[in-house]
Write a protein that binds this ligand. Structure first.
Ligand code: NAG
Ligand code: NAG
Ligand code: NAG
Length: 522
């Protein structure tokens, strides 16, 4: 009986993943029902050696952070007054995996920023009433001091320079100051300009519509990058538009226009926002169902395969250099929930299976519902500094790679359904762990929580241990536990005792809106 169910589900998964993006896939009912009918026995069986051959590197900094430039000091703290909450939250990740996520300081406001040698403030942002993105930003040496000293030692950065202003002296002054005041061993790359494909938008007005294009951008960077200090590395592109939408701004196009001539470029970067809350009309289209649907995530982000290939064809690193659930700072009740957290993990791990190196989730203050944390409190409750559920993705990834010399990842696609994702984690060619996400929507209104009984004995035998990421339900904004531990809201420290469950019958129960990491052995 359960085998038949699985066959049907597997067939649906196959069909769905093959369906063109134009086809609206029919999904099985998401309504939570009671009892046996939503219990499903899944048998995790696949060709482990073929999986190793198809696997991709799982980067030790896969999940990293982007911080809107005008909020840099809020996240880092002032010189001699570090933001201890941010520092602890980063340290937690390093304590698990030994690796710190990268911090990129950039975004729309990097193109409004200028360096000011004699300004008294580390960072001075000016806002229009009602807007949480600065219209003018100046920074002084204090910002670099904070970058050098405030975060855990060996903290690495990507630093955004101003291209919007269209004045090379502005970018030169920023880069010269960084060369002088910023510890260069902390710099992974600089980045010239943010989302150049939006430079003609009336809200920016950085370039005229009739002359600005991908070709013009490439031409300008061919002229500018060699004039900016030599020996520096650059992240390039940061194109906002999805490659699925016809546009002349793509990395594939940049490749054809001769980006390989720029020896300074070491990273190609895309930006992605699956939805937007910039207008009431766009916000109304942002639904939880589109984030906790694994096959939707796969179909949506498969559009980046060509962009990743463009980077890899030049031997470059590929970043999703700024991203999150919905543009214009996320949607309350979607971005900042357990469902948002599961999407963050699923999206990141799926991109890794396509060959992406790092994915940088964007952060800001106030109405930034997609932020991993609020560094100093915001206007929305709770008004003190706090984490959002998505922060746990950093800890989840850290545990997934912990103890592995050369982590690799493979998506076991034939097992996947709209609400079940299977990632095999290897070290070299040895299968070490499985990551399974049950993204089934459970909003807490039904009495029983649907569960999947997952039989891993075909690959791991009967004895294994499980670390579980849980929360009360899909729409919960708090109450997440990771191996029964949780983040203390005041200190940012993990509290409680880390718990791995012991399994002796080969079967792991994963409830709706949970994720697990499974390892062999006791
Ligand atoms: C929870 O799900 C039920 C059934 O799908 C739906 O009627 C209800 O509106 C949902 N509640 C919330 C808070 O999302
Ligand atoms: C901050 O920037 C604003 C706008 O450019 C300026 O008027 C103000 O004097 C600056 N404040 C300081 C302390 O430099
Ligand atoms: C430039 O073109 C874009 C896209 O076609 C349009 O939205 C925008 O209003 C135009 N800007 C100006 C200043 O005409």
């Amino acid at each position: 009986m359960s085998r038949m169910l699985i066959t049907a589900a597997t067939a649906l998964a196959f069909w769905s993943s093959l369906a063109s993006t134009a086809v609206v896939t029919q999904l099985s009912s998401r309504v939570d029902t009671r009892g046996e009918s939503t219990s499903l026995d899944v048998s995790v069986s696949f060709d482990v050696r073929a999986g190793a051959r198809a696997s991709m590197p799982l980067h030790h900094q896969l999940i990293s952070l982007s911080i809107e430039f005008c909020y840099s000091i809020d996240f880092l703290g002032e010189p001699n007054s570090p933001n201890l909450f941010s520092r602890q939250l980063l340290q937690n990740v390093k304590d698990i995996s030994g690796a710190l996520p990268i911090l990129r300081l950039g975004g729309n406001t990097q193109d409004k920023a200028t360096f000011c040698e004699n300004c008294p403030e580390s960072l001075n942002s000016t806002y229009k009433p009602g807007s949480t993105e600065a219209i003018d930003v100046s920074f002084s040496k204090g910002l670099f001091t904070a970058m050098n000293e405030n975060m855990p030692s060996k903290q690495e950065y990507i630093f955004g320079l101003n291209l919007g202003r269209n004045d090379i002296n502005v970018a030169k002054a920023e880069l010269n100051a960084a060369s002088k005041y910023l510890d260069q061993s902390k710099v992974v790359a600089y980045e010239l300009g943010n989302e150049p494909d939006h430079f003609t938008w009336p809200s920016y007005g950085f370039r005229p519509n009739d002359t600005w294009s991908m070709a013009a951008y490439v031409q300008q960077t061919l002229e500018w990058l060699p004039q900016l200090s030599s020996g520096k590395k650059f992240q390039y592109g940061s194109i906002a538009g999805s490659p699925a939408v016809p546009s002349d701004f793509t990395l594939v196009e940049a490749l054809q226009l001769g980006v390989s001539k720029l020896k300074q470029v070491t990273i190609l970067s895309s930006h992605a926002y699956q939805g937007a809350v910039c207008t009431p009309a766009s916000a109304a289209l942002v639904h939880m169902e589109d984030y906790v649907n694994h096959l939707h995530t796969v179909r949506y982000y498969a559009a980046y395969i060509g962009e990743i290939a463009a980077a890899k064809s030049l031997g470059l690193t590929y970043h999703m250099g700024e991203t999150s659930s919905a543009a214009c700072h996320g949607k309350d009740g979607v971005s900042n929930t357990m469902g948002g957290l599961l999407w963050t993990i699923d999206y990141s791990f799926y991109m890794a299976t396509l060959g992406l190196d790092r994915i940088l989730f964007h952060n800001g203050r106030g109405d930034y519902f997609y932020s991993f944390w609020e560094p100093v409190g915001g206007v929305n409750p709770p008004t003190s500094a706090h984490i959002n559920p998505q922060y746990y993705s950093l800890l989840f990834h850290a545990s997934a790679i912990a103890g592995l010399d050369s982590p690799r990842i493979h998506r076991v696609a034939h097992l996947d359904t709209h609400d079940l994702a299977h990632y095999a984690i290897y070290s070299g060619n040895q299968l070490k762990k499985m990551v399974i996400l049950n993204t089934h929507l459970h909003n807490g209104t039904t009495e029983s929580r649907p569960v999947k009984h997952i039989d891993l004995s075909p690959i791991f035998g009967k004895t294994m241990k499980v670390k579980r990421l849980s929360a009360p339900n899909t729409i919960a904004k708090a109450g997440m536990t990771w191996g029964t531990q949780a983040i203390d809201g005041t200190t940012g420290k993990l509290v409680g005792k880390e718990a791995w469950e012991s399994i002796s019958n080969g079967v792991v129960d994963v409830f709706a809106s949970e994720a697990v990491i499974i390892e062999t052995g006791r």
